[in-house]
Design a protein. Structure first.
Length: 406
């Protein structure tokens, strides 16, 4: 009987507990969701565009190289007896400056020998001219007439021609000996800077030997790589007397902030780079080492330096200029029109380092979206910041008030 009583009590307890749980779940308050499906317009910032005339700036990179470079070599053989103090690596020399002097003794002796030979031939010529005059007098006294060839023999014309030929040869020998003597003095062919020197006093040198390397200091070249699509906007000189478009050259890593040099477009090379398939153009930089007074304090160019070139392009009329970040995929632009998104295809004329120049697809006054949107759907609702909306409301209210007053 005790176990039956215990079982009955357990069943009663379970029934009461089940009833309490059922009552709790049925009387619990329900949470109501409000505003979960409210639609919010995307907040954007816009830029109102205008049509205008602009001059693009094409940015390229290039390497400095000399416009004139020579390996100095003697034209005669001899021993170096003197070297000018400026003929050292890094030294500057002007055109015509004596750089090296070869021993001129042998060449002076040769010149004197050739001059004596010339004097002997000149004496022979005078003697032959005298003999020819005597022969002509004898021929006149004979009063006879001979054929042309016999007359020439009687008058000693072949002998005279032979002496004249010897005279020309002797004169040429003197000129050559004098020229060789002048060539013992090796001079700078143009205003230059010495990059290397390969000869010293006492060295025996001859034709083909390298004495040193010179580069011209009046101008340097900078060879820059340019995309072929941008070449049509660059102004190259048509003649040797013209100057091409100005180019601003900078070296952010090597020069002071704001420092630059000015060059000019010179020539377009006729081949593309093998790897990048880009066109190559030469920028000419006058006075690259800032040796003239007007360039004092400006940075100097160094051969092999890597520079950034800002090339001025030809002006464009009736185009819209946008920051490149505002040009979207597939040459499209996001426009806010009547508080909704309008995705427009545009025609891009040119892209430079900062801007895209658009000829069609946008009109003056269009509001181009600057904000990057996570969801891009044609016709998506847009809204401007509150300040812009407030300004619009104030303007609208002011205009209505003015109308009412009138």
């Amino acid at each position: 009987m005790n176990w039956k009583r215990t079982l009955l009590i357990c069943i009663l307890i379970l029934a009461v507990a089940g009833g309490v749980v059922f009552w709790i779940f049925n009387t619990e308050p329900e949470a109501q969701r409000q505003g979960a499906t409210k639609k919010t317009d995307m907040l954007v910032e816009v830029e109102r565009v205008q049509m205008g005339t602009y001059q693009p700036t094409i940015v390229a990179t290039g390497t400095v190289q000399p416009a004139r470079q020579v390996q100095l070599s003697p034209m005669v053989m001899g021993q170096v007896v003197r070297i000018t103090p400026s003929f050292v690596p890094g030294g500057f020399v002007q055109k015509g400056t004596l750089l090296l002097q070869l021993d001129p003794a042998d060449f002076k002796n040769t010149l004197q020998l050739r001059e004596s030979e010339l004097a002997q031939v000149q004496a022979d010529l005078e003697m032959e001219q005298g003999q020819q005059q005597v022969a002509r007098q004898d021929y006149t006294l004979l009063g006879d007439t001979l054929s042309g060839e016999r007359e020439a023999l009687v008058l000693r014309k072949p002998q005279l021609n032979a002496v004249k030929a010897r005279l020309k040869a002797a004169e040429a020998s003197v000129d050559q000996a004098r020229l060789n003597l002048e060539r013992t003095a090796i001079r700078a062919p143009f205003d230059a800077q010495l990059l290397s020197r390969n000869a010293n006093v006492g060295a025996q040198v001859g034709p083909g030997d390298s004495l040193g390397q010179l580069i011209g200091t009046d101008k340097y070249w900078v060879t820059v790589a340019i995309p072929t699509a941008q070449l049509q906007w660059l102004d190259f000189p048509k003649t040797a007397q013209q100057r091409g478009a100005p180019v601003k050259l900078t070296s952010p890593n090597a020069w002071k902030e704001g420092a630059y040099r000015t060059g000019y477009l010179f020539k377009l090379l006729g081949t593309l780079e093998g790897n990048t398939r880009m066109a190559r153009a030469i920028v000419e930089v006058p006075d690259p080492l800032a040796l003239k007074a007007e360039n004092s304090g400006k940075p100097r160019l160094m051969i092999g330096a890597f520079l950034e070139a800002h090339l001025e392009g030809e002006t464009m009329d009736s185009v819209v200029r946008l920051n490149r970040d505002m040009l979207r995929e597939d040459e499209t632009v996001w426009v806010m029109q009547k508080d909704s998104l309008d995705i427009r295809e545009v025609e891009v004329v040119l892209k430079d380092a900062e801007y895209a120049y658009i000829s069609s697809g946008l009109q003056a006054g269009d509001q181009v979206v600057q904000t990057n949107l996570s969801t891009v759907v044609e016709g998506a609702a847009l809204r401007l910041p509150k300040a812009s909306s407030a300004d619009s409301s104030i303007t609208s209210t002011d205009s209505r008030t003015t109308k009412d007053v009138q």
